[in-house]
Design a protein around this ligand. Structure first.
Ligand SMILES: Cc1cc2nc3c(=O)[nH]c(=O)nc-3n(C[C@H](O)[C@H](O)[C@H](O)COP(=O)(O)O)c2cc1C
Length: 333
């Protein structure tokens, strides 16, 4: 099961996170560095032909060569259960500027599964194959069509059937979140299944799920034998995890980002988004990111406590000022 990949620099992917990793976050994370590929939140496809603005809203990078300002390629993710509608809308996404299409077969949300999209499709591998195949046929050959699956729906027994279905449909790469839909986000992630899929498939397999630290990356690589890895919540908890991993693989010393450096990134996010959301939601996105950051930085928990009840700019910005100047602890004490 294991494969000697020691010292190889892996390919590193930002995992799509609906409602959390928007284009601003992609810009910030990719500017920090170490990420090879970003993936958008999913665009929900039903029976309609989506207008260009829908793709642009979730992926403004389409107007900039489908790359983040730091030059990292962004894949547009589609979610839906109807092959024809997926094909038509994939072609429209490409016409709107998409350079790669990713297909979501992993979303566990009830509302999504009830409307025939996401992980529920894993109950019927032939549907996964039909959707991938239809999209593959609808877009030019130079546009990669990739897929992202979980290990199954009710249980993990369909992992290989679905992985093969994605490959047979013509996916050029498969990301595997190592859990079933019913597993939700509960630890552990079952990396060993990814290793089996990697061995069975000819296309590259991207390992995903619960890779929170360099040490967990090392173990996941040993278990899966993969050379591509996808990071979601862990990237928000440790925004320089890709750089930490690259340094580890290159055998180079690396000093992880300090809390103050991370707080400066958050401030940047706050400043670029403060006009974007209605005033009553001011600070919500920052609080959301802090919920992940506190897993990597204890200071994030304290910052969260300071701002959690505030919705007005003044106290939030004053709290930011204390974080940025490094005086927060003194004031809190
Ligand atoms: C809030 C949230 C939103 C997510 N949105 C998407 C999505 O839009 N598309 C998708 O394929 N996966 C989505 N995922 C799943 C992640 O991409 C990833 O597979 C999962 O979080 C496991 O990876 P991690 O342990 O590195 O976070 C989402 C996960 C979370 C927690």
């Amino acid at each position: 099961m294991t494969r000697e990949t020691q010292n190889l620099i892996p390919r590193i992917y930002q995992a799509p996170m609906e409602g959390v990793i928007d284009h601003h976050v992609r810009a910030l994370l990719s500017a920090i560095g170490g990420i090879d590929i970003c993936v958008t939140e999913f665009v929900r496809v039903t029976h309609t032909r989506l207008p260009r603005r829908v793709f642009q809203r979730l992926c403004p990078e389409l107007d900039a060569g489908a790359e983040t300002p730091a030059g990292v390629p962004v894949r547009l993710q589609l979610l839906g259960g109807n092959p024809e509608a997926m094909a038509v809308n994939a072609a429209r996404a490409v016409a709107a500027g998409a350079k790669a299409i990713d297909l979501n077969f992993g979303c566990p949300a009830k509302s999504v599964n009830n409307s025939d999209g996401g992980a529920c499709l894993l109950q019927s591998p032939h549907r996964v194959e039909a959707i991938v195949g239809a999209v593959r046929s609808a877009v030019p050959a130079e546009i990669p069509v990739t897929a992202k699956i979980r290990l199954g729906y009710q249980d993990r027994s369909s992992y290989m059937d679905n992985a093969r279905a994605a490959e047979n449909g013509g996916a050029s790469e498969l990301a595997v979140h190592a859990r079933s839909k019913v597993d939700g986000y509960r630890p552990p992630a079952y990396w060993e299944y990814i290793g089996e899929i990697r061995e069975a498939l000819a296309i590259p397999v991207v390992a995903n799920g619960d890779i929170w630290t360099v040490e967990e990356f090392r173990r996941c690589r040993a278990v899966t034998g993969c050379d591509a890895f996808m990071f979601g919540r862990s990237l928000l908890a440790r925004p320089d995890l890709p750089l930490q991993i690259r340094a580890f693989c290159a055998g180079e010393a690396y000093e992880p980002m300090t809390w103050q450096q991370v707080a400066a990134v958050l401030w940047d996010y706050y400043c670029t988004t403060r006009e974007e959301y209605p005033a009553k939601y001011l600070g919500n996105r920052i609080k959301q990111w802090l919920a992940y950051l506190k897993l990597g930085y204890p200071e994030a928990q304290r910052f969260f406590e300071e701002i959690k009840r505030h919705r007005e700019a003044a106290p939030i910005e004053a709290a930011f000022a204390r974080q940025l100047s490094g005086t927060s602890d003194t004031i809190a004490a």
